[in-house]
Design a protein around this ligand. Structure first.
Ligand SMILES: [Cu+2]
Length: 457
């Protein structure tokens, strides 16, 4: 029962994946662009801008020189945000907009050049709320009626940010690249060392550069160099020792999330232990008393940054014979999806589409997916083409499993779902908060696919 990571090429299926996603999310695309057509000469050129946690859409706005600009700004996020333009002669900004608030920002005509757009709320620019306002003669030209298959290649979408041809190319390129290769994958098995019957694991917290999608490296933190950290597997009744070393430049601790441990092993700084200083270590030791299921280990020090940057991983309490024993089904494919957001961007197992890994099954397989959210936002995970059975929550098997096609996973929650892979195809599996998955340049972030192959190879 191993996680299948075999390389798989999507070529004939790529278009169907793109079509499925387009059909699913196409309506929403107009939300960001509806009001953005520059008005007739004399009035300001007007653009729609949508703020979310933590993005500005569009993040590239093309506008003409010598014409006043107006930005109709909507805060669709859950946190307060603002929209600002650094004109080089000062900053023009909306007030801080509460969730759901809108405002119009008027900016006097600008000379040709590139200007920064950003959110002025402290820290939000670093979280990704930054982009460009490009003023050039080509900017803002809009041709209405961008439909049909011919003659659309250089027409500009109504928000002035991207042409139809660029949209098509972006969507297609992402799908064709999937699953794109990046340096290193998280969730790799870590075999314990046996010492006098104790299963000993060694984890080292490090500051790393982590490639979330091809060529995109973020400042991250990982156990043993990956996001998520390695998979630990233990059995009921085991004695377990986890030695956590800190090779970072700031203190840390580790909490065993959902795992029943003695109080002194709970990993909370100044409540149950002193922080693990840089260069130091702490030994967590406990007997496994919880039922079989998926549990999590993660940092519990400066955790907005440390967990946000990737200091989390899975610990499975697995019955002898595997999870089939728990769910009464033979499990051919087991896969784990850690949901993440914040400093790493929107990621599944530390990777954004197209660098996410597909879940690959043969027709008829029973697929067990462990979901865990170690981000800071909720993520409703939606599987196309199937209804799945929710069989466990927070590590405990449900007495009454239920069917769903979308499952909200809040920060800290875990679920196990079972999919009976009984129809072949490439089935998109993605967060349904659309700003987490798709923009004018195609899919990104929290998108992967369940690939059900007819040929067992
Ligand atoms: Cu999401």
């Amino acid at each position: 029962m191993t996680q299948r990571t075999r390389r798989w090429w999507i070529l004939p299926a790529a278009l169907s994946l793109a079509l499925l996603m387009t059909a699913c999310t196409g309506d929403e695309a107009s939300d960001t662009g509806g009001d953005g057509e520059p008005q007739a000469a004399g009035g300001p050129a007007t653009f729609a801008v949508v703020l979310s946690d933590f993005a500005i859409q569009p993040d590239l706005i093309n506008a003409p020189p010598g014409q006043a600009l107006a930005f109709e700004v909507a805060n669709n996020g859950s946190a307060p945000h603002s929209f600002a333009v650094d004109t080089g002669n000062g900053v023009e900004a909306t007030q801080e907009l509460q969730a759901g608030q809108t405002a119009t920002l008027e900016v006097p005509a600008l000379d040709a050049g590139d200007y920064k757009i950003y959110c002025t709320v402290s820290g939000h620019e670093d979280l990704g709320m930054v982009g460009s306002l490009a003023i050039s003669e080509a900017g803002g030209s809009v041709a209405a009626g961008a439909t049909g298959s011919g003659g659309v290649s250089h027409q500009t979408m109504s928000d002035g940010s991207v042409t139809v041809q660029e949209m098509l190319e972006g969507h297609e390129a992402g799908v064709k690249a999937f699953p794109a290769e990046t340096q290193a994958l998280g969730n790799q098995p870590l075999e314990p060392r046996l010492e006098d019957g104790v299963k000993v694991f060694e984890l080292t917290a490090e500051e790393i550069q982590w490639e979330t999608e091809p060529g995109v490296f973020v400042d991250a933190m990982g156990f043993n160099g990956t996001v998520p950290g390695p998979e630990l597997r233990v059995n009921p009744g085991d004695r377990v020792r986890i030695v956590v070393r800190n090779e970072m430049t700031q203190p840390t601790t580790m909490h065993l999330h959902g795992v029943t441990v003695p109080n002194g092993m709970d990993g909370v700084p100044y409540i149950t232990q002193d922080p693990i200083m840089p260069g130091g270590f702490f030994t967590y030791e406990f007997d496994v008393v919880d039922p079989p299921g998926m549990y999590v280990y993660h940092s519990h020090f400066n955790s907005t940054e440390q967990v946000g940057k990737g200091l989390y991983g899975a610990i499975y309490i697995e019955p002898e014979g595997g999870f089939s024993r728990v769910y009464g089904e033979p499990i051919e494919v087991e896969h784990t999806l850690f949901l993440g957001d914040g400093p790493t961007g929107y990621v599944l197992n530390g990777k954004g589409f197209p660098a996410t890994q597909p879940i690959v099954a043969d027709l008829g397989d029973d697929v067990l997916i462990h979901l865990a959210n170690d981000g800071a936002q909720i993520h409703p995970m939606h599987l196309h083409g199937y209804h799945f059975e929710v069989v466990a929550a927070d590590g405990f098997a449900l007495e009454q499993p239920y069917m769903a096609d979308t499952l909200m996973v809040a920060p800290g929650q875990r679920f196990d779902i079972l999919v009976k892979a009984d129809h072949a195809g490439v089935w998109a599996y993605h967060c349904h908060i659309l700003p987490h998955v798709e923009g004018p340049h195609g899919m990104f972030g929290m998108v992967t696919a369940l690939v059900v192959q007819e040929d067992s190879g």
